[in-house]
Design a protein around this ligand. Structure first.
Ligand SMILES: NC(=O)c1ccc[n+]([C@@H]2O[C@H](COP(=O)([O-])OP(=O)(O)OC[C@H]3O[C@@H](n4cnc5c(N)ncnc54)[C@H](O)[C@@H]3O)[C@@H](O)[C@H]2O)c1
Length: 440
């Protein structure tokens, strides 16, 4: 039985380590955070992900998963550490470097190192390999190296870890085949082998495709109100075409992947990757656009209180990384005229003080929904109407019922429909004389 060490026990490393452990591997999970290690060794979890707690408990109770703060010897090392971007939009590979350096003294002939972290094209060959070569082992014959990008969706990580198609890129064929042998124990989807740089670029292009597509939807959202039409309706009808799949607009793009990975290409090819860079800028402007929509809504209210519904970058998760709501909070906080209350049913720990639902609505002058958490659909507008000071709601995700909120006396404004920038304030309320319904 092979021994595997997984470095980085976060959203990716912890489920991967647990699945490997429950499939018969002896797994040593390594994390630099002592609190993470302590929680996992008690069978607990430090992140929210459906089904993860049960899986980790099973792995720890089987005796096959133990967590450590210091690297432990194994036959296979999986690096699942963060690869964020710096302020100037460059890949920060310091975690990959630190993790690779930490295993150097442990590496032996025949070992395999797999980089799972999303990385700029060329990282495995040009960045990781030179670090691993410091072990003195010959790469490709004595020490094998592969990149296996992780493409799971938060909220469905465990299902997708098992079922997704895998792309594995080796620094040579033997490395790719050895990595495939590790994943075949649990992956039900097809496994395709290629070179490491292609595998890196596959992952980045998947997220870049989505970022560019969302930028297109956001551009439509800014154009539509000038035409007195609803962007959501345009998208819904366009997507009835068999070869069209327009994504949805919103207050910005967040998360650890889509808002980050395209920069990995722009960084390397600033002159050529112009569409990719433009899409990033369009999406990064959306919090500012939403803020302008907010200011326009509360412009005649003295010292207005804003209720921000949703902190996370996508619905029904607790992950706030790169969330557009954070940028909105920053802008609202900087404006001395605005007061702010933030409510998110999924986020437990956050540096800004969070409110309960009732306190968040109390005396509010404008409700600003930034994420379509399932819970928000069940908020009763009539109850909210009794609690607020002024009845305004801005829906950036087409998540609420226009009719229900308007029936409760609210001015309902949908991003991509009811607000046009450049001072033109549009409210489209009827469709040939009938009340306009949200396209939910
Ligand atoms: N979260 C996702 O949905 C997702 C999806 C696909 C790909 N990815 C990629 O997977 C990688 C990991 O992302 P994540 O979301 O799991 O990150 P995360 O922040 O949830 O977890 C990373 C963990 O690594 C630990 N760590 C940092 N340096 C370490 C070191 N030197 N040795 C051991 N542990 C160390 C941290 O303490 C942290 O617990 C990133 O490259 C990310 O882009 C993430």
């Amino acid at each position: 039985m092979k021994e595997i060490s997984v470095l980085g026990l976060g959203y990716i490393g912890l489920p991967t380590a647990s699945i490997l452990a429950t499939n018969g591997y002896m797994v040593r999970g390594i994390d630099v955070s002592p609190s993470v290690v302590g929680i996992i060794n008690k069978g607990g979890i430090h992140i929210e992900e459906p089904g993860l707690k049960t899986l980790v408990q099973a792995a720890v109770n089987s005796g096959n998963l133990t967590a450590y703060t210091q690297p432990q010897a194994a036959d296979v090392y999986i690096l699942a550490v963060p690869t964020p971007i710096t302020e100037d939009k460059r890949a920060d590979l310091s975690y990959v470097e630190a993790a690779a350096k930490s295993i150097l003294p442990l590496l032996k002939r025949g070992d395999l190192v797999i980089l799972e972290s999303t990385s700029p094209p060329g990282t495995t060959v040009d960045f990781l390999c030179p670090v691993l070569a410091q072990s003195g082992l010959e790469l490709g014959t004595e020490l094998f190296v592969a990149h296996c990008p992780e493409r799971v969706l938060p909220g469905k990580i465990i299902k997708e870890l098992l079922q997704n198609i895998r792309i594995i890129g080796g620094i040579n064929e033997t490395s790719a085949q050895m990595a495939r042998d590790v994943y075949t124990c649990f992956v039900e989807g097809e496994i395709h082998l290629t070179d490491a740089t292609t595998a890196e670029m596959v992952k980045i292009m998947e997220n870049t495709y989505r970022d560019v597509n969302i930028a297109l939807a956001n551009e439509l959202a800014r154009i539509s109100p000038h035409l007195n039409i609803n962007a959501w309706e345009v998208i819904r009808f366009a997507n009835l075409h068999p070869r069209v799949n327009l994504h949805s607009p919103g207050p910005g793009v967040g998360g650890h992947c889509i808002s980050v990975d395209p920069w990995f290409v722009v960084e390397k090819f600033p002159e050529t990757a112009q569409l990719i860079a433009k899409a990033r800028h369009i999406n990064d402007f959306m919090p500012e656009f939403t803020y302008q929509m907010l200011l326009d809504t509360v412009r005649n209210i003295p010292n207005p209180k804003v209720t921000l519904l949703g902190l996370t970058y996508k619905p029904d998760v607790d992950d706030v990384r790169e969330s557009p709501a954070l940028k909105l909070i920053e802008m609202i906080e900087k404006n001395p005229d605005l007061r702010l209350a933030v409510y998110d049913p999924h986020v437990k720990h956050f540096d800004y003080e969070l409110s309960g639902l009732e306190a968040a609505f109390r005396d509010s002058d404008c409700i600003l929904l930034t994420v379509d958490h399932a819970e928000f659909k069940y908020i009763n507008p009539r109850q909210v109407a009794a609690a607020v000071r002024n009845r305004n709601v801005i829906d950036t995700r087409n998540a609420l019922s226009r009719k229900d909120w308007m029936d409760a006396g609210f001015q309902y404004r949908l991003l991509g429909c009811d607000y046009a920038e450049n001072g033109d304030s549009v409210t489209r309320l009827t469709f040939f004389g009938n009340p306009l319904l949200s396209v939910v």
